[in-house]
Design a protein around this ligand. Structure first.
Ligand code: A3P
Length: 342
């Protein structure tokens, strides 16, 4: 790692506001903005979001740390909210479901990442077109920590809702590290054209434990939403990736109820919940032609890059016992007293 002032030096001061790190996409500078780490472009987009976004009562904001299962949550939320217009059933209408032909990242766009938009593209236009035009609500996604969300979202004066999905820190770290290494050099902000070598797991782990990770520190991010979900359970729904994997139907129903579109008994009897779970399952989405070869209109990434293993506990294949112990101790200390456990 090196500071933004000296790209070649080895600098262990992780408290600076800008850190040139390979724990990003290439030799990209991560900046600290309002206590979280991100890329300059993303921070500009966040500022736009903060200044110009006016939440509607019907808005649903999908919030996550990168690599926590954002793609999955977007798919589920989209399928649930739009189930009247687009039947998730595997009968004939299923063939026309937007999730079969469009990435969840295009159906539920990020406000933080919109690299390919024209310079004069306004966030207001962006949100207007965020979902299908016949959608009963706007689904919008962000990796912004709770304190940095626009005031109109946080305000109790609006009824808009926030759904947060978190993932155990070990899997989150591994998924992020592998994802980032895949793209080393593809989004370099210094435009040098140099491709940097992959970041070792040891180096990435040091950053993660020091709180330097995309939208991190991890613990600040999860705690921000966790605390709010306890204080305002009607405003913030806190979900865990591991729970969703274990009991997808139960959490799919919770999600629908929270978003104000609870499944009727009739729908449940007709298997609507199961159909949505199946439609959005890892295997189903990963195997769609769209996700085998396509790219989203919003990123430099291929769709397939958002579907790796989709398992709980893959970290066991990567982390050494001392790493596990260190992360356990760190999280225990950081989450102490919060009631949040992984
Ligand atoms: P792995 O790298 O552990 O496989 P994000 O969507 O926030 O970028 O997170 C990506 C992670 O979620 C990846 O984890 C990916 O495989 C997993 N994922 C994507 N779609 C999923 C789905 N439908 N069900 C479960 N996991 C999914």
């Amino acid at each position: 790692m090196a500071t933004s002032h000296d790209e070649n030096s080895c600098d262990s001061d992780l408290s600076r506001d800008s850190v040139l790190t390979r724990h990003g996409l290439g030799h990209s500078v991560l900046h600290q903005y309002q206590g979280f780490w991100s890329y300059a472009k993303a921070i500009e987009n966040v500022k736009d979001f903060q200044q110009n976004f006016n939440a509607l009562d019907t808005d649903v904001i999908i919030t996550t740390l990168p690599k926590s299962g954002t793609t999955w949550l977007k798919a589920l939320a989209f399928a649930i909210v739009n189930r009247t217009s687009y039947s998730p059933s595997s009968s004939s209408s299923h063939q026309h479901h937007p999730l079969l032909t469009t990435s969840p990242h295009d159906l539920v766009p990020f406000v933080d990442f919109k690299h390919r938009y024209p310079a004069n593209y306004s966030l207001l236009d962006f949100t207007k077109t965020s979902t299908c035009h016949d959608s009963p609500c706007r689904l919008i996604s962000t990796h912004v920590p709770y304190p940095s969300l626009p005031e109109s979202i946080k305000s109790t004066a609006t009824d808009c809702k926030i759904v947060y999905l978190c993932r155990n820190p070990q899997d989150n770290f591994i998924s992020l590290w592998l994802f980032m290494n895949k793209f080393i050099g593809t989004m370099q902000e210094n435009n040098s054209g140099d491709r940097s070598p992959p970041l070792s797991i040891e180096e990435a782990f040091e950053y993660f434990c020091a709180g330097v990770s995309l939208s991190g520190p991890f613990w600040d991010h999860v705690l921000g939403y966790w605390t709010k979900s306890l204080e305002e359970p009607r405003k913030v729904l806190f979900l865990k990736y591991e729970d969703l994997k274990k009991e997808p139907e139960i959490h799919c129903k919770r999600l629908a109820e929270f978003m104000g579109c609870r499944f009727s008994v009739e729908e449940e009897n007709q298997g609507a919940v199961d159909e949505i779970v199946k439609l959005c399952s890892f295997q189903n989405l990963k195997n769609l032609d769209l996700n085998k070869s396509g790219t989203t209109s919003r990123f430099h990434f291929k769709n397939e890059d958002f579907y790796r293993k989709g398992e709980v506990g893959d970290w066991k294949n990567y982390l050494t016992p001392p790493m596990v112990e260190r992360l356990d101790r760190l999280l225990e200390e950081k989450l102490q007293g919060s009631g949040l456990v992984f």
